[in-house]
Design a protein around this ligand. Structure first.
Ligand code: HEM
Length: 166
């Protein structure tokens, strides 16, 4: 089975309203906070959270997924490091990220993280292999593209922080 990963499979189960209401105790979108409170969070998911008046309990499959993640490697993604470029032609705008992974067996990709009416932010994620892989780190050239009719400004979230690309 695919190892569940915090940013891909756990954090998306927590709604913005869950994060907001639980902010008095911990941040449900923060890896370290969720790890530190994982046993209590699972207990409440099995019992009474989220409360019925705000959507109610998760389906059992979601609770099981949280438990599998909690009892396993508690895997998370890394923010990647790369050189970024923006290329535009008449139909398509492409963001490219080039560089070398930190070790063999890593995967990486760009994904849209958030957007407003005037801007979009893409995050560069690296995923480590579940078990270390021998060999040399691979170089990469990753691309994410969208129609060039979308003229919003672009920001990149990476190991260097969040920076404008255009
Ligand atoms: C250690 C785990 C948790 C504790 C101790 C906890 C405790 C509480 C408490 C004391 C409240 C305020 C009282 C209430 O409205 O019932 C509350 C509200 C709420 N919690 Fe949690 N909670 C936990 C986990 C969670 C999780 C994992 C979620 C979502 C998946 C969640 C979603 C909510 C929501 C949406 C509310 C607002 C309810 C409302 O306004 O009616 N909580 N929680």
């Amino acid at each position: 089975m695919r190892t569940p990963v915090f940013e891909l499979h756990i954090r998306p189960m927590f709604r913005a309203t869950d994060k907001a209401h639980m902010g008095f105790a911990f941040d449900l979108w923060d890896y370290d906070d969720v790890v530190a409170n994982a046993d209590d969070i699972l207990a409440r998911l099995q019992e009474d959270m989220p409360p019925p008046a705000t959507g109610g309990l998760w389906p059992q499959e979601w609770v099981t997924l949280f438990q599998v993640w909690k009892d396993g490697a508690r895997k998370r993604l890394d923010l990647g490091t790369a050189a970024f470029a923006l290329q535009q032609d008449s139909t398509t705008t492409a963001i490219t990220a080039t560089g070398t992974f930190p070790a063999a067996g890593f995967e990486g990709w760009l994904q849209l993280e958030s957007e407003t009416e005037t801007s979009k932010t893409y995050v560069l994620y690296f995923e480590a292999p579940d078990t270390p892989v021998g060999g040399l780190p691979q170089s990469f050239s990753l691309e994410e593209s969208y129609p060039s009719t979308d003229t919003r400004s672009v920001f990149i979230h990476s190991s260097a922080g969040t920076q404008p690309l255009n």
